[in-house]
Design a binder for this molecule. Structure first.
Ligand SMILES: [Zn+2]
Length: 238
C-alpha cells in the first residue's frame, strides 16, 4: 500500500498483531508497517499522518541513503573494493572461485548461476576467513569465551552477539574499509563481557580498539556503501 503525506510517497503495510497492546509504526528500509492490536479502531493512514514528522524524517533518511548506494559494475572486468583494496573481477576456466590479486570466478560456476551469485558466495567465504582471523586476534583481550562465529546476510545489522556467546557478522563488511570490520569484531567480542552499550562497554572497546570512534562514524555515515545489490534492496523497498 502507499499513501502520500505532504507530497511524499509513503509505502506501508498493515499488520494485525495479537501481542500488540497499542498501535505502533515500525520502520525498515524506507517501508513502514502499521501494527494494530486485534480490536483497534484506528485507521492506519490516520496513524501515519499523526506521526508524520517521524515518518517523513525516516523516509527522507532512507532516500538519502539510497542515493548514496554505489553503482557496482558487477561484470567481467569491473572492479570491486574489498577492505579498501580495489580488485578486478575476472572469469576464467578454473575449478573454483578465488580471491587473490584479482577476484577469480570459475566460468562453469558462473554459467550455472550468475556472476553476482558466485561473487556473493566467494565474498562471504572470504569474509568468514578474515573475520575468524580477527576474532582470533582479539579474543584473548576479553575475559569471556565465544562459542561460534556465523556469517550472515542482514539488511541493516553489522554484527551481533547472542546470549549463548555466538558471534554474528554481516558478510558485507568486506565491502568497507578494514578498520571498520576490525572494529565490529571488537565490538561484538566486548559484548561477551557486557551486553549493553553502557559506559563500561565503551571504555572496554576503547581499551582494545582506541580508534573505534572513527570506525563507528564511518559506519553511520557510509552504510550505503555496504549495499551489495541495489536490486535486492529494491525488493524490500519500493
Ligand atoms: Zn552493540
Amino acid at each position: 500500500m502507499e499513501t502520500k503525506i505532504e507530497g511524499m510517497k509513503v509505502p506501508y503495510e498493515v499488520r494485525v498483531s495479537e501481542e500488540a497492546s497499542r498501535p505502533r509504526i515500525d520502520h525498515k528500509l524506507g517501508n513502514f508497517t502499521v501494527v494494530l492490536p486485534e480490536e483497534a479502531e484506528e485507521n492506519s493512514e490516520d496513524l501515519l499522518v499523526k506521526k508524520k514528522d517521524w515518518v517523513l524524517k525516516k523516509r527522507k533518511e532512507f532516500l538519502r541513503f539510497k542515493r548514496k548506494i554505489p553503482d557496482r559494475n558487477l561484470e567481467e572486468g569491473g572492479k570491486i573494493s574489498l577492505l579498501g583494496d580495489k580488485k578486478e573481477i575476472t572469469i576464467e576456466k578454473r575449478r573454483s572461485n578465488k580471491v587473490s590479486d584479482k577476484v577469480y570466478l570459475a566460468e562453469h560456476l558462473v554459467n550455472r548461476t550468475s556472476l553476482e551469485d558466485q561473487l556473493e558466495k566467494l565474498l562471504r567465504e572470504e569474509c568468514r576467513r578474515i573475520v575468524e582471523e580477527r576474532v582470533e586476534k582479539y579474543s584473548d583481550q576479553v575475559s569471556e569465551e565465544y562459542d561460534r562465529v556465523f556469517i550472515r546476510d542482514q539488511e541493516t545489522r553489522w554484527g551481533s552477539c547472542s546470549s549463548r556467546g555466538n558471534l554474528n557478522f554481516n558478510w558485507r563488511l568486506i565491502l568497507g574499509p578494514e578498520h571498520v570490520l576490525e572494529y565490529v569484531v571488537v565490538h561484538e567480542l566486548v559484548h561477551l563481557e557486557e551486553q549493553n552499550h553502557n559506559e563500561k562497554f565503551w571504555s572496554r572497546v576503547r581499551e582494545i580498539y582506541p580508534n573505534y570512534k572513527k570506525s563507528n562514524r564511518w559506519l553511520s555515515e557510509n552504510s550505503s556503501k555496504l549495499v551489495f545489490s541495489k536490486e535486492k534492496l529494491d525488493a524490500f523497498s519500493s
